[in-house]
Ligand binder design. Structure first.
Ligand SMILES: [Zn+2]
Length: 212
C-alpha cells in the first residue's frame, strides 16, 4: 500500500497483541492502521460521547492552556481563528476569545454548521483530530485553503515513537477511533509537499505550520 501522505511504498507489520495490521512509511514516518478497521464517522459518535470534556473542567482548561501557551508564543497575534474538530466542547474557542481573538468552531458531529466556505482565518487550531482522519493530507490541504497568507495552522496529535518495540505498546493506538499516526517528520514532509513551512514543534504532540 502507498503512503497517504507522500505516496511512497509502505511496509506492512502486525501488532500481535492487538491482532491488527499497520503500514509504516520509512520516508515520512507516517503509520496507519489497515483500512478494514476504519469506521464511518457516525459509528464513532458513541465513543466520542464518552469523552469527558465539560467546559468547567479545570483539568481540561489547563490542558488547552498548555497548547495555547505554546502556539500563541510562536504566532503574530491573530485577529481571528477557527477551532476545527472541536468535539462537543467549545472551551478552546472560548479561551481564544478570552485572548481577544475572534474564534469560530466546527465539528462534523456536534457543531456541523460552523463553517463558512468563504471565510479565511489567521489561525486554525485542531487538537486531537488528525489521528482520526482517513485522509489527513486532504484535510490538511483544505485547512491551508482556509488560512490567510502568512496564517498559521496548529495541530495537536501525539507523535509516535517510530520504533517497533515501543510502538507495539503505545497507548495511543488502543483507541479504536485512532487510525493514523504522525511524527514531526511526517508534518515536515507534508508541509514541504503543500508549500508551507513547519515553524516549530514541542517534541511531543504539537506542530505549528505557517502558510506562505
Ligand atoms: Zn510517507
Amino acid at each position: 500500500m502507498r503512503c497517504n501522505i507522500c505516496d511512497e511504498p509502505t511496509m506492512m507489520f502486525m501488532n500481535e497483541k492487538q491482532q491488527m495490521l499497520y503500514y509504516h512509511c520509512s520516508n515520512c514516518e507516517y503509520i496507519f492502521k489497515h483500512p478494514s478497521v476504519y469506521k464511518e464517522i457516525n459509528d464513532q459518535k458513541e465513543r466520542y460521547d464518552l469523552h469527558e470534556n465539560e467546559d468547567d473542567n479545570e483539568g481540561y482548561r489547563a490542558y488547552f492552556k498548555r497548547f495555547l501557551d505554546f502556539v500563541l508564543s510562536l504566532v503574530q497575534k491573530p485577529k481571528n481563528a477557527l477551532d476545527f474538530g472541536c468535539g462537543k466542547s467549545t472551551l478552546l474557542a472560548s479561551m481564544l476569545q478570552e485572548e481577544g481573538i475572534d474564534c469560530d468552531y466546527y465539528d462534523p458531529l456536534y457543531h456541523p454548521d460552523g463553517l463558512d466556505e468563504d471565510k479565511k482565518y489567521d489561525l486554525i487550531v485542531s487538537t486531537e483530530v488528525f489521528e482520526h482522519l482517513q485522509q489527513p493530507k486532504e484535510v490538511f490541504e483544505s485547512l491551508l485553503k482556509r488560512l490567510n497568507s502568512g496564517g498559521y495552522l496548529a495541530i495537536q496529535t501525539e507523535f509516535h515513537p517510530n520504533e517497533m518495540g515501543p510502538f507495539m505498546h503505545w497507548y495511543y493506538t488502543q483507541d479504536p477511533t485512532h487510525i493514523v499516526f504522525f511524527t514531526v517528520e511526517t508534518f515536515e514532509v507534508l508541509s514541504t509537499l503543500c508549500q508551507c513551512r513547519l515553524v516549530d514543534d514541542n517534541g511531543k504532540n504539537i506542530v505549528v505550520i505557517k502558510k506562505k
